[in-house]
Ligand binder design. Structure first.
Ligand SMILES: C[S@@+](CC[C@H](N)C(=O)[O-])C[C@H]1O[C@@H](n2cnc3c(N)ncnc32)[C@H](O)[C@@H]1O
Length: 261
């Protein structure tokens, strides 16, 4: 008998975080997905949206309440089917993992994998990660943000959909504790260069590692990484550390932890 594609929703409830807030009726997100503007239609070129005022802001996530402990939190953005999330959560039960995936069927697939293994240190969210980081994640509350194989959006007209923008990096810098790490990987060299440039331009991070990666063991490879390696594509990987007053001393670097991509 085939394994179920996903468990029933009620069995996944404890592995899910649901956004306790919706875009209010009569409003929409701006093009970057980071601000509310009045009006449901997208403004035509040259026309700007009116900023929506008087809208109640959502309450930030309380990590201790969500996980039932105060262990450090790491976020994976765009976890797909959850290969990294499951592996990391199994290997490091003393860390809480929060996976954000915009496609519902993948989020439920990842949640199912966690539920089958009873991984109590994982929660998953179906949402736009830019929105979650910007509005819901408290500042300086996260130990690491992982972004593996983000969609490159090749076509020029689609490039505005790319996740990795200066605004995204600003939000990552805001949510990371001093000494916390942003970890990225991709098989798209051009996008890798752009991501590194964007992170380095912001000034909030020091570069710990940056370049072609030949060392990640198969068990730590994500689905996209496995496919890319099978095609013979080189993999590019970088680790950036959040600068801050106590960056040198206070926070244990995940680079000292067991192997993680
Ligand atoms: C190319 S796949 C990589 C999946 C996985 N990280 C891996 O390496 O196998 C990119 C994933 O990011 C998700 N994604 C794209 N934009 C996103 C966003 N703004 N917020 C959350 N997830 C997003 C996509 O739905 C997709 O599952």
């Amino acid at each position: 008998m085939r394994k179920p594609r996903r468990l029933p929703l009620e069995q996944l409830a404890e592995y899910e975080w649901r956004m306790p807030w919706r875009v209010p009726r009569g409003c929409r997100l701006d093009e970057r997905g980071l601000a509310l503007v009045a009006g449901e239609r997208t403004p035509k070129q040259g026309e700007s949206g009116r900023a929506a005022s008087g809208i109640e802001r959502p309450a930030p996530i309380d990590w201790t309440a969500l996980f039932g402990n105060d262990h450090p939190v790491e976020i994976e953005v765009g976890m797909g089917k959850g290969q990294f999330l499951v592996m990391a959560a199994l290997q490091r039960p003393e860390v809480n993992f929060f996976g954000i995936e915009v496609v519902r069927k993948y989020q439920l697939y990842a949640a199912t994998r966690c539920a089958i293994r009873q991984l109590r240190n994982v929660r998953t969210a179906c949402a736009d990660a830019r929105w979650v980081l910007h509005f819901f994640v408290p500042g300086a509350s996260v130990q690491a943000v992982h972004v593996y194989f983000p969609d490159p959006w090749w076509k020029a007209r689609h490039q505005k959909r790319r996740l990795f923008t200066a605004e995204f990096v600003q939000d990552v810098a805001r949510v990371l504790r001093p000494g916390g790490e942003l970890r990225i990987a991709t098989d798209v060299e051009e996008y890798f260069a752009l991501m590194c440039e964007t992170v380095q331009a912001g000034g909030a991070f020091e570069t710990v590692q940056c370049g072609q990666d030949v060392t990640t063991p198969p068990e730590w490879q994500t689905n996209f990484e496995k496919k890319a390696r099978a095609r013979g594509s080189p993999i590019w990987r970088a680790v950036f550390r959040r600068r801050g007053a106590d960056a040198e001393s206070g926070v244990k670097s995940i680079s000292e932890s067991p192997p993680a991509p």
